[in-house]
Design a protein around this ligand. Structure first.
Ligand code: GLA
Length: 388
Protein backbone atom coordinates (compact mmCIF):
# COMPACT_ATOMS: atom_id res chain seq x y z
CA UNK A 1 0.00 0.00 0.00
CA UNK A 2 2.91 2.36 0.69
CA UNK A 3 6.68 2.14 0.70
CA UNK A 4 6.66 1.41 4.43
CA UNK A 5 7.69 -1.99 5.75
CA UNK A 6 4.68 -4.29 6.15
CA UNK A 7 2.66 -4.10 9.36
CA UNK A 8 4.22 -7.33 10.71
CA UNK A 9 7.71 -5.88 10.64
CA UNK A 10 6.60 -2.60 12.14
CA UNK A 11 4.67 -4.25 14.99
CA UNK A 12 7.59 -6.50 15.88
CA UNK A 13 10.08 -3.61 15.71
CA UNK A 14 7.83 -1.57 18.02
CA UNK A 15 7.65 -4.45 20.49
CA UNK A 16 11.40 -5.08 20.37
CA UNK A 17 12.29 -1.46 21.00
CA UNK A 18 10.23 -1.45 24.14
CA UNK A 19 10.19 -4.99 25.51
CA UNK A 20 12.47 -7.21 23.43
CA UNK A 21 11.31 -10.13 21.29
CA UNK A 22 7.56 -10.89 21.31
CA UNK A 23 6.21 -14.29 22.39
CA UNK A 24 3.30 -14.24 19.93
CA UNK A 25 2.69 -12.46 16.64
CA UNK A 26 -0.75 -12.59 15.09
CA UNK A 27 -2.17 -11.04 11.95
CA UNK A 28 -5.80 -10.47 10.95
CA UNK A 29 -6.91 -9.06 7.59
CA UNK A 30 -9.42 -6.38 6.71
CA UNK A 31 -12.25 -7.30 4.36
CA UNK A 32 -14.23 -6.04 1.44
CA UNK A 33 -17.82 -7.20 1.08
CA UNK A 34 -18.72 -8.09 -2.52
CA UNK A 35 -22.47 -8.19 -1.83
CA UNK A 36 -24.90 -8.83 1.06
CA UNK A 37 -24.94 -5.50 2.89
CA UNK A 38 -26.84 -4.89 6.12
CA UNK A 39 -28.05 -8.46 5.99
CA UNK A 40 -25.78 -10.01 8.64
CA UNK A 41 -27.74 -8.70 11.64
CA UNK A 42 -30.93 -9.93 9.94
CA UNK A 43 -29.62 -13.53 10.05
CA UNK A 44 -29.09 -13.31 6.29
CA UNK A 45 -26.33 -13.91 3.74
CA UNK A 46 -23.12 -12.01 2.99
CA UNK A 47 -20.33 -12.56 0.47
CA UNK A 48 -17.13 -10.90 1.72
CA UNK A 49 -13.46 -11.63 1.09
CA UNK A 50 -10.41 -10.87 3.21
CA UNK A 51 -8.03 -8.33 1.64
CA UNK A 52 -4.24 -8.11 1.52
CA UNK A 53 -4.00 -5.51 4.32
CA UNK A 54 -3.40 -6.80 7.84
CA UNK A 55 -3.45 -5.60 11.40
CA UNK A 56 -0.59 -7.22 13.31
CA UNK A 57 -0.21 -7.67 17.06
CA UNK A 58 3.17 -8.53 18.63
CA UNK A 59 2.61 -9.61 22.23
CA UNK A 60 4.38 -10.95 25.30
CA UNK A 61 3.41 -11.74 28.88
CA UNK A 62 3.87 -8.78 31.25
CA UNK A 63 7.01 -9.20 33.36
CA UNK A 64 7.20 -6.65 36.08
CA UNK A 65 4.29 -4.67 34.79
CA UNK A 66 1.30 -4.11 37.01
CA UNK A 67 -0.99 -3.37 34.09
CA UNK A 68 -1.60 -4.56 30.55
CA UNK A 69 -0.03 -2.20 28.03
CA UNK A 70 -1.11 -1.55 24.44
CA UNK A 71 1.29 0.36 22.24
CA UNK A 72 -0.22 1.38 18.92
CA UNK A 73 1.79 2.77 16.06
CA UNK A 74 -1.12 5.03 15.13
CA UNK A 75 -2.57 6.01 18.51
CA UNK A 76 0.18 5.79 21.13
CA UNK A 77 0.04 3.96 24.45
CA UNK A 78 -2.74 2.89 26.79
CA UNK A 79 -2.74 0.81 29.95
CA UNK A 80 -5.31 -1.31 31.65
CA UNK A 81 -5.23 -2.96 35.06
CA UNK A 82 -6.96 -3.41 38.34
CA UNK A 83 -6.82 0.33 38.85
CA UNK A 84 -9.09 0.84 35.85
CA UNK A 85 -12.36 -0.80 36.87
CA UNK A 86 -14.39 0.24 33.85
CA UNK A 87 -13.43 0.24 30.19
CA UNK A 88 -13.94 3.59 28.49
CA UNK A 89 -15.93 2.51 25.44
CA UNK A 90 -14.91 5.54 23.38
CA UNK A 91 -11.18 4.91 23.85
CA UNK A 92 -9.28 3.33 20.94
CA UNK A 93 -7.83 0.71 23.28
CA UNK A 94 -11.33 -0.49 24.28
CA UNK A 95 -11.11 -3.08 21.48
CA UNK A 96 -7.99 -4.74 22.92
CA UNK A 97 -9.06 -4.43 26.53
CA UNK A 98 -12.56 -5.58 25.63
CA UNK A 99 -11.13 -8.82 24.25
CA UNK A 100 -9.21 -9.37 27.48
CA UNK A 101 -12.27 -8.59 29.57
CA UNK A 102 -14.57 -11.00 27.69
CA UNK A 103 -11.94 -13.78 27.61
CA UNK A 104 -11.72 -13.53 31.41
CA UNK A 105 -15.52 -13.79 31.51
CA UNK A 106 -15.21 -17.01 29.44
CA UNK A 107 -12.81 -18.47 32.03
CA UNK A 108 -9.62 -17.79 30.07
CA UNK A 109 -6.94 -16.11 32.20
CA UNK A 110 -4.54 -14.10 30.04
CA UNK A 111 -2.85 -12.51 33.12
CA UNK A 112 -0.88 -9.36 32.41
CA UNK A 113 0.45 -8.76 28.90
CA UNK A 114 1.78 -6.06 26.67
CA UNK A 115 1.54 -5.69 22.92
CA UNK A 116 2.53 -3.53 19.98
CA UNK A 117 0.07 -2.96 17.14
CA UNK A 118 0.57 -1.84 13.55
CA UNK A 119 -1.90 -1.89 10.68
CA UNK A 120 -1.96 -1.52 6.91
CA UNK A 121 -5.77 -1.33 6.86
CA UNK A 122 -7.04 2.22 6.25
CA UNK A 123 -8.94 3.16 9.41
CA UNK A 124 -12.63 4.09 9.18
CA UNK A 125 -12.77 3.25 5.47
CA UNK A 126 -15.35 0.41 5.73
CA UNK A 127 -12.60 -2.20 5.37
CA UNK A 128 -13.13 -3.59 8.85
CA UNK A 129 -10.09 -2.26 10.65
CA UNK A 130 -11.72 -2.63 14.06
CA UNK A 131 -12.74 -6.28 13.60
CA UNK A 132 -9.21 -7.06 12.41
CA UNK A 133 -7.85 -5.53 15.61
CA UNK A 134 -10.29 -7.54 17.75
CA UNK A 135 -9.39 -10.76 15.94
CA UNK A 136 -5.61 -10.20 16.00
CA UNK A 137 -5.66 -9.46 19.75
CA UNK A 138 -7.84 -12.52 20.41
CA UNK A 139 -5.52 -14.81 18.43
CA UNK A 140 -2.43 -13.50 20.25
CA UNK A 141 -4.01 -13.77 23.71
CA UNK A 142 -5.28 -17.30 23.06
CA UNK A 143 -1.79 -18.24 21.92
CA UNK A 144 -0.31 -16.95 25.18
CA UNK A 145 -2.83 -18.91 27.25
CA UNK A 146 -2.40 -22.05 25.11
CA UNK A 147 -6.08 -22.11 24.13
CA UNK A 148 -7.26 -23.07 20.67
CA UNK A 149 -10.63 -21.65 19.64
CA UNK A 150 -12.42 -22.29 16.38
CA UNK A 151 -13.25 -19.49 13.96
CA UNK A 152 -16.90 -19.08 14.99
CA UNK A 153 -16.07 -18.75 18.69
CA UNK A 154 -13.41 -16.13 17.96
CA UNK A 155 -15.82 -14.20 15.72
CA UNK A 156 -18.60 -14.33 18.30
CA UNK A 157 -16.29 -13.05 21.03
CA UNK A 158 -15.15 -10.20 18.77
CA UNK A 159 -18.72 -9.30 17.88
CA UNK A 160 -19.49 -9.11 21.62
CA UNK A 161 -16.54 -6.74 22.07
CA UNK A 162 -18.11 -4.40 19.50
CA UNK A 163 -21.67 -4.80 20.80
CA UNK A 164 -21.09 -4.86 24.56
CA UNK A 165 -17.84 -3.00 25.14
CA UNK A 166 -17.57 -0.48 22.29
CA UNK A 167 -21.35 -0.08 21.91
CA UNK A 168 -21.48 -0.65 18.13
CA UNK A 169 -24.45 -2.94 17.36
CA UNK A 170 -22.78 -4.58 14.33
CA UNK A 171 -23.30 -8.10 12.98
CA UNK A 172 -20.97 -11.09 12.71
CA UNK A 173 -19.67 -10.59 9.14
CA UNK A 174 -16.48 -8.65 9.79
CA UNK A 175 -14.84 -10.76 12.53
CA UNK A 176 -16.01 -13.98 10.88
CA UNK A 177 -14.37 -13.28 7.52
CA UNK A 178 -11.28 -11.79 9.17
CA UNK A 179 -10.88 -14.94 11.27
CA UNK A 180 -12.03 -17.56 8.78
CA UNK A 181 -11.35 -16.47 5.18
CA UNK A 182 -9.84 -18.98 2.75
CA UNK A 183 -7.01 -17.62 0.57
CA UNK A 184 -8.02 -17.16 -3.08
CA UNK A 185 -11.74 -17.16 -2.27
CA UNK A 186 -14.59 -14.96 -1.14
CA UNK A 187 -17.03 -16.70 1.23
CA UNK A 188 -20.79 -17.04 1.09
CA UNK A 189 -21.67 -16.79 4.78
CA UNK A 190 -24.97 -17.86 6.27
CA UNK A 191 -25.12 -15.50 9.23
CA UNK A 192 -27.59 -17.74 11.05
CA UNK A 193 -25.70 -21.04 10.90
CA UNK A 194 -22.30 -19.33 10.42
CA UNK A 195 -21.54 -21.78 7.59
CA UNK A 196 -18.95 -20.41 5.18
CA UNK A 197 -18.78 -21.61 1.57
CA UNK A 198 -15.68 -20.54 -0.37
CA UNK A 199 -16.33 -19.04 -3.82
CA UNK A 200 -13.73 -18.11 -6.45
CA UNK A 201 -13.86 -14.92 -8.50
CA UNK A 202 -14.86 -15.53 -12.13
CA UNK A 203 -11.82 -16.15 -14.36
CA UNK A 204 -10.27 -13.03 -15.81
CA UNK A 205 -11.66 -10.67 -13.14
CA UNK A 206 -10.15 -8.78 -10.23
CA UNK A 207 -11.58 -6.89 -7.29
CA UNK A 208 -10.82 -3.18 -7.05
CA UNK A 209 -11.28 -1.32 -3.77
CA UNK A 210 -12.08 2.34 -4.37
CA UNK A 211 -11.49 4.62 -1.41
CA UNK A 212 -13.52 7.83 -1.62
CA UNK A 213 -11.21 9.30 1.07
CA UNK A 214 -14.31 10.35 3.00
CA UNK A 215 -14.72 8.92 6.49
CA UNK A 216 -17.72 8.11 8.60
CA UNK A 217 -18.96 10.68 11.04
CA UNK A 218 -21.78 10.31 13.51
CA UNK A 219 -23.12 7.28 11.72
CA UNK A 220 -23.15 4.77 14.55
CA UNK A 221 -26.60 6.10 15.40
CA UNK A 222 -27.70 5.70 11.75
CA UNK A 223 -26.50 2.09 11.82
CA UNK A 224 -28.42 1.46 15.04
CA UNK A 225 -31.50 3.15 13.50
CA UNK A 226 -31.39 0.84 10.49
CA UNK A 227 -31.01 -2.19 12.68
CA UNK A 228 -33.92 -1.10 14.91
CA UNK A 229 -36.15 -0.53 11.83
CA UNK A 230 -35.40 -4.07 10.64
CA UNK A 231 -36.29 -5.45 14.04
CA UNK A 232 -39.58 -3.54 14.06
CA UNK A 233 -40.40 -4.88 10.59
CA UNK A 234 -39.58 -8.44 11.66
CA UNK A 235 -41.78 -8.09 14.74
CA UNK A 236 -44.68 -6.76 12.66
CA UNK A 237 -44.28 -9.64 10.20
CA UNK A 238 -44.05 -12.13 13.10
CA UNK A 239 -40.75 -13.60 11.94
CA UNK A 240 -37.64 -14.23 14.02
CA UNK A 241 -35.55 -12.15 11.61
CA UNK A 242 -36.03 -10.56 8.17
CA UNK A 243 -34.20 -13.53 6.70
CA UNK A 244 -37.46 -15.42 7.23
CA UNK A 245 -39.71 -12.85 5.52
CA UNK A 246 -40.88 -12.88 1.92
CA UNK A 247 -41.25 -9.92 -0.38
CA UNK A 248 -45.00 -10.26 -0.98
CA UNK A 249 -45.65 -10.09 2.78
CA UNK A 250 -44.47 -6.48 2.80
CA UNK A 251 -47.58 -5.43 0.88
CA UNK A 252 -49.59 -5.93 4.08
CA UNK A 253 -47.55 -3.39 6.03
CA UNK A 254 -49.50 -0.20 6.81
CA UNK A 255 -48.57 3.25 5.45
CA UNK A 256 -47.16 4.40 8.79
CA UNK A 257 -44.55 1.65 8.45
CA UNK A 258 -43.43 2.84 5.00
CA UNK A 259 -39.83 3.34 6.17
CA UNK A 260 -39.67 -0.11 7.79
CA UNK A 261 -41.13 -1.59 4.61
CA UNK A 262 -38.40 -0.07 2.45
CA UNK A 263 -35.68 -1.22 4.84
CA UNK A 264 -37.15 -4.73 4.82
CA UNK A 265 -37.41 -4.69 1.02
CA UNK A 266 -33.69 -3.99 0.81
CA UNK A 267 -32.85 -6.83 3.19
CA UNK A 268 -35.09 -9.39 1.51
CA UNK A 269 -33.96 -8.55 -2.02
CA UNK A 270 -30.31 -8.27 -0.92
CA UNK A 271 -30.43 -11.78 0.51
CA UNK A 272 -31.79 -13.02 -2.84
CA UNK A 273 -29.08 -11.12 -4.72
CA UNK A 274 -26.37 -12.52 -2.48
CA UNK A 275 -27.43 -16.12 -3.03
CA UNK A 276 -27.69 -15.43 -6.77
CA UNK A 277 -24.21 -13.85 -6.70
CA UNK A 278 -22.75 -16.97 -5.08
CA UNK A 279 -24.38 -19.04 -7.85
CA UNK A 280 -22.97 -16.68 -10.49
CA UNK A 281 -19.50 -17.15 -9.00
CA UNK A 282 -19.93 -20.90 -9.00
CA UNK A 283 -20.89 -20.69 -12.68
CA UNK A 284 -18.02 -18.28 -13.45
CA UNK A 285 -20.56 -15.75 -14.75
CA UNK A 286 -18.89 -12.36 -14.26
CA UNK A 287 -21.65 -10.36 -15.98
CA UNK A 288 -24.37 -11.81 -13.75
CA UNK A 289 -22.26 -11.08 -10.66
CA UNK A 290 -21.62 -7.50 -11.82
CA UNK A 291 -25.30 -6.85 -12.50
CA UNK A 292 -26.19 -8.05 -9.00
CA UNK A 293 -23.59 -5.72 -7.48
CA UNK A 294 -25.07 -2.80 -9.42
CA UNK A 295 -28.58 -3.65 -8.23
CA UNK A 296 -27.30 -3.91 -4.66
CA UNK A 297 -25.99 -0.36 -4.81
CA UNK A 298 -29.34 1.02 -5.97
CA UNK A 299 -31.17 -0.80 -3.21
CA UNK A 300 -28.72 0.50 -0.58
CA UNK A 301 -29.03 4.01 -1.99
CA UNK A 302 -32.80 4.16 -2.41
CA UNK A 303 -34.39 1.68 0.01
CA UNK A 304 -31.84 1.45 2.80
CA UNK A 305 -30.51 5.02 2.39
CA UNK A 306 -26.95 4.33 3.54
CA UNK A 307 -25.03 5.57 0.51
CA UNK A 308 -23.85 9.16 0.20
CA UNK A 309 -22.68 11.70 -2.39
CA UNK A 310 -19.06 10.51 -2.46
CA UNK A 311 -20.01 6.83 -2.71
CA UNK A 312 -22.61 7.51 -5.39
CA UNK A 313 -20.11 9.57 -7.39
CA UNK A 314 -17.46 6.87 -7.07
CA UNK A 315 -19.83 4.11 -8.20
CA UNK A 316 -21.01 6.16 -11.17
CA UNK A 317 -17.43 6.95 -12.21
CA UNK A 318 -16.44 3.28 -11.82
CA UNK A 319 -19.32 2.25 -14.12
CA UNK A 320 -18.02 4.58 -16.82
CA UNK A 321 -14.40 3.37 -16.55
CA UNK A 322 -12.83 0.69 -18.78
CA UNK A 323 -13.30 -2.94 -17.80
CA UNK A 324 -15.93 -2.31 -15.09
CA UNK A 325 -18.33 -5.26 -14.77
CA UNK A 326 -20.11 -4.07 -11.62
CA UNK A 327 -19.66 -1.61 -8.75
CA UNK A 328 -21.30 -0.73 -5.46
CA UNK A 329 -20.66 0.80 -2.06
CA UNK A 330 -19.28 -1.67 0.46
CA UNK A 331 -19.56 -1.99 4.24
CA UNK A 332 -21.75 0.08 6.54
CA UNK A 333 -22.03 2.99 4.10
CA UNK A 334 -22.23 6.82 4.16
CA UNK A 335 -18.48 7.14 3.39
CA UNK A 336 -15.41 4.97 2.98
CA UNK A 337 -15.00 2.53 0.10
CA UNK A 338 -16.77 1.20 -2.96
CA UNK A 339 -15.92 -2.13 -4.56
CA UNK A 340 -15.80 -2.99 -8.25
CA UNK A 341 -15.52 -6.18 -10.26
CA UNK A 342 -13.15 -5.43 -13.13
CA UNK A 343 -11.81 -7.27 -16.17
CA UNK A 344 -8.23 -8.16 -15.19
CA UNK A 345 -6.72 -7.04 -18.48
CA UNK A 346 -8.25 -3.54 -18.10
CA UNK A 347 -7.47 -3.11 -14.39
CA UNK A 348 -4.67 -0.56 -14.77
CA UNK A 349 -6.67 1.63 -17.14
CA UNK A 350 -9.67 1.27 -14.86
CA UNK A 351 -7.69 2.47 -11.83
CA UNK A 352 -6.26 5.47 -13.70
CA UNK A 353 -9.63 6.53 -15.11
CA UNK A 354 -11.39 6.20 -11.76
CA UNK A 355 -8.79 8.38 -10.05
CA UNK A 356 -8.94 10.98 -12.75
CA UNK A 357 -12.73 11.01 -12.94
CA UNK A 358 -13.14 11.16 -9.16
CA UNK A 359 -10.68 14.05 -8.89
CA UNK A 360 -12.54 15.95 -11.61
CA UNK A 361 -15.88 15.58 -9.81
CA UNK A 362 -14.87 15.90 -6.15
CA UNK A 363 -11.38 17.42 -6.09
CA UNK A 364 -10.27 14.44 -3.96
CA UNK A 365 -7.47 11.95 -4.67
CA UNK A 366 -9.01 8.50 -4.44
CA UNK A 367 -6.93 5.44 -3.60
CA UNK A 368 -7.57 2.40 -5.76
CA UNK A 369 -6.26 -0.99 -4.67
CA UNK A 370 -6.47 -4.30 -6.47
CA UNK A 371 -6.59 -7.08 -3.90
CA UNK A 372 -6.57 -10.82 -4.26
CA UNK A 373 -8.74 -12.66 -1.74
CA UNK A 374 -6.45 -13.17 1.27
CA UNK A 375 -6.31 -15.81 4.00
CA UNK A 376 -7.99 -15.35 7.38
CA UNK A 377 -6.15 -14.56 10.60
CA UNK A 378 -3.10 -16.57 11.60
CA UNK A 379 -0.13 -16.64 13.92
CA UNK A 380 3.14 -15.66 12.36
CA UNK A 381 5.60 -18.22 13.63
CA UNK A 382 8.84 -17.25 11.94
CA UNK A 383 9.60 -14.61 14.54
CA UNK A 384 13.27 -14.70 13.54
CA UNK A 385 12.44 -13.30 10.14
CA UNK A 386 10.67 -10.38 11.73
CA UNK A 387 13.20 -9.68 14.43
CA UNK A 388 16.40 -10.00 12.46
C1 GLA B 1 -20.57 -2.92 9.19
C2 GLA B 1 -20.86 -3.94 10.26
C3 GLA B 1 -21.22 -5.29 9.66
C4 GLA B 1 -22.30 -5.17 8.60
C5 GLA B 1 -21.96 -4.05 7.63
C6 GLA B 1 -23.08 -3.78 6.66
O1 GLA B 1 -19.41 -3.28 8.50
O2 GLA B 1 -19.73 -4.10 11.10
O3 GLA B 1 -21.61 -6.19 10.68
O4 GLA B 1 -23.55 -4.99 9.18
O5 GLA B 1 -21.67 -2.83 8.29
O6 GLA B 1 -23.28 -4.89 5.85
Amino acid sequence: MTNRAPAAERAVALHRERWGAPAAISRAPGRVNLIGEHTDYNDGFVLPMAIEFDTVVAMSPGDNDTECVVLSEAFGEATFGRRMPKIDSSHWAAYAFGVHHLLVECGIAPGLWRCAIATDIPIGASLSSSAALDVAVTKALLHLTGDDWHTEAIAQLCQRVENEVVGMPCGIMDPLISAGAVAGHASLVDCRSLDMLPRRLPDGTVIAILDTMTRRELVDSAYADRRAACERAARWLSVAALRDAELHELERMPAELAVERRRARHVITENERTLAAADAMEAGDADALGALMNASHLSLRDDYEVSGPALDAMVQIAHASPGCIGARMTGGGFAGCAVALVAADAADDFAGDVQEGYRAVTGLDASVWLSRPAAGASLIDSIERHTA
